[in-house]
Ligand binder design. Sequence first.
Ligand code: GDP
Ligand code: MN
Length: 451
Amino acid sequence: AISFLTILYIITNHSSNISNFDANDLFNQVSDYRIQYNNKLIAESENTETSSNHEPLTWPQLLKALTFDKTLFKNIGEDISKENMDFFREVYSKRITEPKFSKLTYNEFKDNNGNVKVLSKDEYPRANATLLTLVRNQELQDIVYTLRQLEAHWNHKFHYPYTFINDEPFTQEFKDTIKRHTVSDCYFEVIPPDMWNKPANIDENIETEKINKLKEKGVQYIDKVSYHNMCRFNSGYFYKMERLQQFRYYWRFEPATDYYCNIDYDLFKFMEDNNKTYGFTISLYDNPLTVETLWPVTLEFLEKNPQYAHPNGAFRWLTENVQHPDYNQITGGYSTCHFWSNFEIGDMDFYRGEAYSAWMDALDEAGGFYYERWGDAPVHSVGLGLFEDRSKIHWFRDIGYHHSPYKNIPNSDKCSAPEDSGYFAPEDVHDQNCLSNWIRLEMTNKELQDY
Ligand code: GDP
Ligand code: MN
């Protein structure tokens, strides 16, 4: 058996490594990280500007910013999907551990005698946050499977509460089983019908006609009304639920997903202390048929309300049209690139803010949650890319994650199978990866050195 002293020694040693890290120092020492990659893979234009001192954009300026400049990719070869995957693998080949930010919070404190102490559930000062999942009673085994990984890799140190949401009441068995797997507080909430069901403005004749057309084209889940309800709820309503009013940050998780890495620092405090609005692990293209009119409806909204656009938005990632020009043709200018939302850590105050709220009203009015199949991932992503400063969007490259068929596998000794890092998915869907665009078009060199 390991003695108590040995354990104390390990903890003390660990915590001494983490103190007083000065990020600025590091940025000065390390040479330009992106330049260490194959130069020809790097977009010409440098993203080194910071978010300060941006004037609001007029509509003509905004329209120009939302027109993709293809010359950004002029040095990239013919087969952009392949080059993007090569770039992706090159980025993942870097050995990483934790983000090199000046403040990471651990649940390890020194008491007055210099002894390291781990605070209990009641003692640890948590951020205002909850783990969150929309889930059905019949998914109990799958949600327990994932919750156990969340506990083992992260939450056993911090004891953040869980909120379970359902359009039907949870069974007693569901609640009892969950509570056997965590000491954290658990809330079980039923969605009010008007936040879940199809709203009155949806014309069922138009809906039937549109859905039948998309069904012929093989769009997945297109005739499943509960799926449309789910997408609309996750886009614009979950953060309005009564229980969630008490929280600012959420970590969304889904049944049967995997988490591969130990995360030793408090992720919610990371968001708060580093002024982040949103964090993701995987970025993909979407089926453009599901969002055919999302972009035109959004442009119409922006023409009336250009002041809502953030001058430092992620416009290039939203409008890139080189890897899948056919997608942009269908969507009228949206790349379909999005943050995959089945894992996400976000600040609900962003959704509750004026810009996103007004835009959600316009989306609801247009009806595309039912006439098409607008997903919550593209809706969150377009909202964030337009209305938020892109420097407040964080790629959590240290959170190993899997939702079939895509993975984020960090090259880190905190993760299982780091030798598999750079694996993304089966080869036939490699062209669906949009993360290289995010890195090339939106991240600054400084941000690439954050790990
Ligand atoms: P996919 O990832 O797009 O294939 O969709 P999922 O089937 O995984 O659904 C996304 C999330 O919403 C999961 O957490 C599901 O458990 C949940 N979900 C989907 N439909 C419903 C529903 O009708 N009721 C409830 N309560 N949850 C749902
Ligand atoms: Mn899923």
